[in-house]
Every structure is written in structure tokens, then in C-alpha cells.
Write a new protein. Structure first.
Length: 299
């Protein structure tokens, strides 16, 4: 996967079929797999590429996620703002309505401290994401606490070095916010229980084949899914691996390395994607981590 990553462009989006066909032909998977049981995928060098944990979330945890999402319904509703095909994450054509009105379609990003889009350059400072500003934002932070603890505990096993890097970053951010009297940011950081500094909330949206170029190749994003929908498959296309992606599943991988795709067109579907922004780690001086190795994981 190191050579594969070296071949990728900095802003590789995974949306060009011609480009992806060339990559696939250059790095074809040895065989195809369909996974339905807990699995760890490693490359030839022992680097962990994927963790797959079906049924990892209990009914209580999923109810907690539902409660958190309910408090965000207004934000989710107003997040669908464009019909441009190139901006597929908020393209109204990629969302479907809830059959019972229990889930509001939409996609929002939540962070106690991050760089707004286009501001990950020298001269700008981290900000609280728009979703967390005001009294409603305080309720959202509190509602995500249990989920934040769970994904952090999972990362502690999956990628210990990244866990500690995330922990160090959150502590340094808190000290920085306190020093410069950024009260709103400091409030949220004190109550933010995750070592990840961003979570995306995605409801009733199909995801075309794509990558997330801002993710680091050696890092993991953690995706969880909840609610009721017909069984679907998450396709990690360039790896030749498909996963049964039932409600309650957890998938962890570098979404830069893995071109992924899933299509849900009916039912209620809630996904949380927890990730770290390298720009925030750089801002507070947290060193980058290496790939997690299978022989270093404390099983």
C-alpha cells in the first residue's frame, strides 16, 4: 500500500473512472472477497488496511445515536444546498426521504476546532464548526459523548499510535484555546470525548465511488452505521473486498487509500464518520504516525 499511496495524486478524489481504471490495472487485487464476519485486512508488509466489526454497536448505543441525530434535524435539513453534480456530498439527488419521518436526510460536519474549507493554509486559525455554535451546539456536543468514547476505545486497539496522537492534539488545542480565551472552543473541547477532531453525520445518502484526499494514508477513519434499512454492501473497490454493512457495523480504514462505494435508496440510514485533520495536528505540532502493523496490535 505504500507504493500505491505514492502513486496517488495529492487531491485524488476517486471520481475519475479513467484514472481509477489505470490504477486498478497497475495494482490489481489478487482475488475478491465478500466478508461478513469480524476481519482485519493487512497488506504484504503487515500494515493494517482495514478493520471490519459487524454488529459492534449494541441496541442501546444505536438508540443513543438516534437521539443525537434528532437534535440535529434542522441542521441536516438545511445542509442540502446544491444540485451540482461535482458537489455530490450535498447534492439533493443523492438523498432519499425517510419512509416514516424518523430520520432527516442531510450531511453535516461537526468539530470543536478545525479549519474551514479553503483555510488550511498559513494565516488562518482553527474555528468551532458552524454546527456547534450557540446553545444548540452545546447540546450536540453532549449528545455525541457516548459515541465519541466508543470510537476512541476502538482506535486504542486498532491504531495505538494514532490514538495517542489524537489525544495529544486535543490536549494541546485545549491549552491553546484557554490561553487565547477562545471560550466557545474551550467549552466544546472540554466536553469532546473523542480523539478524532471531526465527525460527519450522514443520513439517507448514497455515496458514489470516491476517496477522501484529506485523510492521511497511515491513519484510520472510523465509520459506524445505525438505523433500519435493507442489507447493503460496502464495496472497497480497489482492494477487491466487499463487506456486509448491516446496522451496527464499524469499518475503519484510510479513506484516501480505499476507493469506496455504497448505495442505499430506501429505509433509514445513519452513518457517522470520525476522522482527524492533519492540518490540525500540524497546527499544534503533533508528529505524524506510521502505519499500524498487525504484529504491534495488542490482541
Amino acid at each position: 500500500m505504500v507504493r500505491y499511496n505514492d502513486t496517488l495524486d495529492k487531491d485524488e478524489s476517486g471520481r475519475s473512472e479513467t484514472r481509477e481504471e489505470n490504477l486498478f490495472n497497475r495494482f490489481p487485487p489478487e482475488e475478491e472477497h465478500f466478508l461478513t464476519t469480524p476481519s482485519v485486512v493487512i497488506d504484504s508488509g503487515g500494515r493494517i488496511i482495514v478493520w471490519y466489526l459487524p454488529g459492534a454497536l449494541t441496541t442501546m448505543i444505536m438508540k443513543d445515536i438516534h437521539g443525537a441525530i434528532h437534535s440535529m434535524s434542522g441542521l441536516l435539513k438545511h445542509s442540502i444546498t446544491t444540485s451540482k453534480i461535482t458537489q455530490w456530498r450535498t447534492n439533493r439527488l443523492n438523498f432519499h426521504t425517510s419512509p416514516d419521518g424518523m430520520v432527516t436526510p442531510g450531511c453535516i460536519n461537526i468539530s470543536p476546532a478545525w479549519f474551514q474549507q479553503g483555510r488550511e493554509v498559513h494565516g488562518f486559525l482553527p474555528e468551532v464548526s458552524a454546527a456547534l455554535k450557540g446553545d444548540a451546539g452545546r447540546n450536540i456536543t453532549m449528545s455525541l459523548q457516548r459515541s465519541g468514547i466508543i470510537v476512541s476505545a476502538a482506535l486504542r486497539v486498532m491504531h495505538p499510535d494514532l490514538y495517542w496522537a489524537g489525544m495529544e492534539t486535543q490536549v494541546r488545542l485545549g491549552k491553546w484555546a484557554s490561553r487565547y480565551e477562545l471560550d466557545e472552543m474551550h467549552y466544546h473541547l472540554q466536553r469532546w470525548t473523542s480523539v478524532f477532531n471531526v465527525v460527519s453525520i450522514i443520513c439517507n445518502r448514497r455515496s458514489p465511488p470516491h476517496r477522501d484526499p484529506k485523510c492521511q494514508p497511515a491513519a484510520f477513519d472510523i465509520m459506524t452505521t445505525a438505523s433500519r434499512y435493507h442489507p447493503v454492501v460496502m464495496d472497497f473497490m480497489n482492494l477487491g473486498i466487499k463487506f456486509l454493512y448491516d446496522s451496527g457495523s464499524i469499518l475503519a480504514s484510510s479513506c484516501r487509500l480505499v476507493r469506496h462505494y455504497m448505495n442505499v435508496e430506501e429505509g433509514n440510514w445513519i452513518v457517522t464518520v470520525w476522522y482527524m485533520r492533519d492540518s490540525i495536528h500540524n497546527f499544534v505540532g503533533t508528529p505524524s504516525t506510521e502505519y499500524a502493523k498487525y504484529d504491534r496490535v495488542n490482541m
